[in-house]
Write a protein that binds this ligand. Structure first.
Ligand code: PMT
Length: 405
């Protein structure tokens, strides 16, 4: 199963207008193409001063259009054909001039004609100098576009091409691709479902400096959250400390300790359809965290531990628990026996067992090798695959279980 199967074959039109940020649009086209999205690029005449259609064709493998094509072989229906096939129209970068056209229905080039014919969601990433952005006409046009249902992302603040600093930079491609994924995912098989996903490890304080932690990077949980968004779900991600960027469109709750994760998961699980606990929650914490840094001079301390609450068990016992509960188990021995015991003890619908004895599975790496155990006793052993592919395989099963309830 492709990692983001719901995105594969979706059609995005990327309108590129005359700003130095055109070079970033190439990255957007490339990243969306790598996700399996078919990207039709339309360049305005000004955009072709900065970058060529060939640049986009080279990364999308598809024809990139410019104004002259409107009067070419495909004649008057070109903009209608492009717009009708679109699942999303992205205008990035969007200059003050193109914003004015989009807001007011002016249709005098291939991109603005396509925009008027478009009925798919519209994502706009403004890019211009600070003064142009602050101009009342630009602000009016942005407000108008928003009122018409467009999704405006940015602009960001920072260094501008004029050499000035201020608000006007186009947002970074990663954020724009995140929002494109979000809008392309809507209407997917998990549309209308609310999923809670936990990710990363918890940290338990020993003193103000030191913690008990574990090796979880959050990669597996974040991949599940992103794939669920791609499939159309509403996602709450409860995350321990990690270096990863939050999936765009998820509601992210940052926590540090197991106690904080328990409170956040219990709150988010109310009314949710499924809970997927990929987090590596510390089983034990220092019974008493020291208020002051423990001094080396006093010799090695003995740290007494106490048990942390079991989050999955607390959710399983709650009134109106989510219809589907999924646990993970990272095991270094007796994988299946330990996993089957956790499935039963925690009253779960699915348990994903990862064998962490191999270097290419489990903590920190980008791949995983798992067996998915179900409440009905069935087991599916999956080969080594990316964590995004594990997420897709798992969510396919979660979707089926939700459908059957
Ligand atoms: O984050 P990565 O680097 O990508 O690594 C991914 C992972 C290895 C952390 C992940 O795939 C994984 O296996 N997570 C579970 C880790 C684990 O061993 O959990 P456990 O066996 O301690 O707990 C079993 C289940 O109960 C887990 O779903 C856990 O979230 C949950 N649990 C555990 C303790 C606790 N106090 N409350 C819980 O709910």
């Amino acid at each position: 199963m492709p990692t983001t199967s719901n995105l594969v074959g979706k059609r995005a039109v990327l309108g590129v207008t005359g700003s130095i940020a055109c070079y970033k649009a190439v990255d957007i086209a490339s990243k969306l193409t790598q996700l399996g999205v078919e990207v039709d690029v339309i360049l305005t005449r000004a955009a072709t001063q900065f970058v060529t259609p060939l640049t986009f064709q080279s990364v999308t493998g598809r024809r990139a259009y410019r104004d002259e094509d409107l009067w070419g072989d495909e004649g008057h229906v070109l903009h209608i054909g492009i717009a009708k096939a679109a699942n999303l129209l992205i205008v990035a970068p969007a200059t003050a001039n193109t914003l004015a056209k989009l807001a007011n229905g002016i249709a005098d080039n291939l991109l603005s004609l396509t925009a008027v014919a478009n009925t798919a969601p519209l994502l706009v990433a403004p890019a211009m100098d600070g003064g142009m952005y602050e101009h009342p006409a630009t602000q009016d046009n942005l407000a108008k576009l928003e009122a018409q249902g467009a999704h405006i992302v940015g602009p960001a603040s920072g260094h501008l091409a004029s050499g000035l600093k201020g608000v006007g930079r186009m947002e970074e491609p990663a954020l724009l691709v995140g929002w494109a994924r979000y809008w392309l995912g809507r209407g997917g098989p998990l549309q209308g479902r609310r999923l809670v996903v936990s990710a990363g490890g918890t940290q338990e304080a020993i003193d103000p400096v030191r913690v008990i932690a574990n090796r979880s990077s959050g990669k597996q949980g974040y991949a599940i959250a992103q794939t669920a968004l791609d499939l159309g779900a509403d996602v709450t991600l409860v995350s321990g400390p990690t270096a990863l960027a939050a999936p765009v469109g998820a509601e992210v709750v940052q926590v540090t300790s197991a106690d904080e994760m328990l409170a956040a998961v219990l709150a988010a699980a109310k009314g949710a359809d499924a809970l997927i606990m990929a987090a590596a929650v510390a089983d034990f914490k220092p019974a008493q965290a020291s208020g002051q840094k423990i001094k080396r001079a006093k010799g090695a301390p003995t740290i007494e531990l106490s048990a942390n609450p079991d989050i999955l068990q607390a959710v399983a016992a709650m009134k109106g628990r989510p219809a589907v509960l999924v646990g993970f188990a990272a095991e270094s021995q007796d994988l299946l026996a330990n996993a089957a015991k956790k499935l039963k003890d925690k009253d779960l619908d699915l348990l994903v067992a990862n064998d962490i004895s191999a270097k290419d599975a489990g903590f920190e790496v980008d791949t995983n090798r798992v067996v998915i155990l179900a409440r009905d006793g069935s087991q599916a052993e999956l080969p080594l695959m990316s964590k995004a592919e594990v997420a897709a395989a798992l969510l396919e099963r979660v979707d089926k279980l939700l459908e059957s309830k």
